[in-house]
Design a protein around this ligand. Structure first.
Ligand code: PGA
Ligand code: ZN
Length: 439
């Protein structure tokens, strides 16, 4: 089979918010094709790799990606034609060299990632391999590890209530998640998520709150406080017949960078508690978090402090129950090996969000996965709030043996398509198996 790259094409498509993004197609000499559509975040960390946008206000309010498309076709494609698509690291190194900047600001992380992931898919297709299996063998080769990395289905983190930057409502916490932690099979975990989501809808309706949804498919009601949202969530779990704590636990993404006021070194978080706005120094905010964690079964706690507030993170880490809960970095770590290493060495996190477009190439994602494995950090493969119908992250989660996938609510096509891909994988692997080790 000739896995040489014959042609690379790119064009502009729309994401789930109706904002342009880039789709890349990689064609191989043997006729195989791989394509990848790049997602886009709304609450982006400042240390993320640059998402290149045209800035031409006459098109899509400046959000067009024709420059990124051009970069793929004119600057990247000629350098990769004839290269063997199975040489992922070599190809990613070419991409990094062509860009030449630390934050991918020259060619754009969106152009780089489009090519990197499309190459991976094309190579898998050429060898007639399942994408998750191909990713698994790439990762094992990359990490050069004696420890086996088994593909396994991740536990879904369902973001069923949306606030913050993902919805125009009164909730400050960006994501309220339900986690079917005590249920073993993926299809049953999905069922639990969908059933609880349905009960939550009914409860919100009964209380006179809106049931329209936010960017990630979660409901986006105006509620008096964020704690009211947690109470509704617990009611939905209880009436659904699932057991709180032993079967279902909660997760929160505070996305606190949005509320950090660097000049005064305080957080100003509206609507979080009974007070209208909680304005406080990190130490006080940490105390509030600890009381919240004691009150609710919150297993996963993401970005409770801002990306630059290392002092605040240290305060929380000192008091955090790492044995029973996950303290998760997203904006803090931005899938960036340097930031991950720092957070890991300081023992600030035991869970990490992995978003390929935060860094720009698949090989760098593998580097970060290597660090997670080295420091015993739980891997959470994640979508972005602006998504497409691409299902790559489902295969990435399985192939890298990641414990969790963060993929929004079990509704809205661009979210459900990834959950359905995981159902397909569950069926392909050992039927009736648990979601731990599958092969
Ligand atoms: P984003 O948010 O995709 O809008 O950046 C997701 C998150 O913060 O986890
Ligand atoms: Zn986040």
């Amino acid at each position: 089979m000739d896995t040489s790259i014959k042609n690379i094409n790119a064009y502009e498509i729309l994401d789930s918010r109706g904002i342009p993004t880039i789709k890349v197609q990689v064609f191989l000499d043997d006729g195989s094709l791989g394509d990848f559509s790049v997602p886009s975040g709304a609450s982006r960390g400042v240390y993320e790799a640059v998402e290149l946008r045209d800035g031409d206000l006459a098109r899509y309010n400046g959000k067009g990606v024709l420059t990124a498309v051009e970069n793929v076709k004119v600057k990247i494609a000629p350098k990769l034609l004839g290269t063997d698509a199975t040489k992922q690291r070599e190809i990613d190194n070419v991409l990094l060299r062509l860009d030449g900047t630390k934050n991918k600001s020259k060619l754009g992380a969106n152009s780089l990632l489009g090519v990197s992931c499309a190459v991976c898919k094309a190579a898998a297709n050429s060898h007639n391999r399942k994408l998750y299996n191909y990713i698994n063998s790439l990762l094992i080769r990359e990490l050069n590890t004696v420890k086996e990395i088994l593909p396994k289905l991740p536990i879904p983190l369902f973001n069923v209530l949306n606030g913050g930057a993902h919805a125009d409502n009164s909730l400050s916490i960006q994501e309220f998640m339900i986690i079917p932690f005590g249920i073993t099979k993926f299809s049953e975990q999905l069922r639990a998520g969908a059933e609880i989501d349905g009960h939550l809808k009914r409860i919100l309706k009964e209380k006179g709150a809106t049931t329209s949804v936010g960017d990630e498919g979660g409901f986006a009601p105006d509620l008096p406080t964020d704690e009211t949202a947690l109470d509704f969530l617990i009611e939905a779990i209880e009436v659904s017949g699932y057991k709180l704590e032993s079967e279902i636990v909660l997760g929160l993404d505070i996305a606190a960078s949005q509320y950090w006021e660097e000049d005064d070194k305080v957080y100003a978080i509206p609507n979080l508690s009974g007070e209208k706005v909680l304005v406080d120094k990190p130490k006080k905010v940490v105390d509030f978090y600890i009381s919240l964690l004691n009150k609710y079964p919150i297993y996963m706690f993401e970005d409770p402090l801002a990306e630059d507030d290392w002092v605040g993170w240290r305060h929380l880490a000192k008091k955090f129950d790492f044995k029973n809960r996950l303290l998760v970095g997203d904006d803090l770590t931005v899938t960036n090996p340097e930031r991950v290493e720092r957070a890991a060495k300081e023992k600030l996190i035991n869970g990490m969000i992995i978003k390929p477009n935060q860094i720009g190439t698949l090989s760098e994602v593998f580097d970060v996965i290597g660090l997670c494995n080295k420091y015993n950090i739980q891997k959470i493969i994640s979508h972005r709030s602006g998504e497409t119908m691409d299902t790559f992250i489902a295969d990435l989660a399985v192939g890298t043996g990641s414990s969790f996938i963060k993929n929004g609510a079990p509704q809205r096509g661009e979210r459900v398509v990834k959950y359905n891909r995981l159902l397909e994988i569950e069926n392909e692997l050992v039927p009736n198996t648990s979601s731990s080790n599958l092969i």
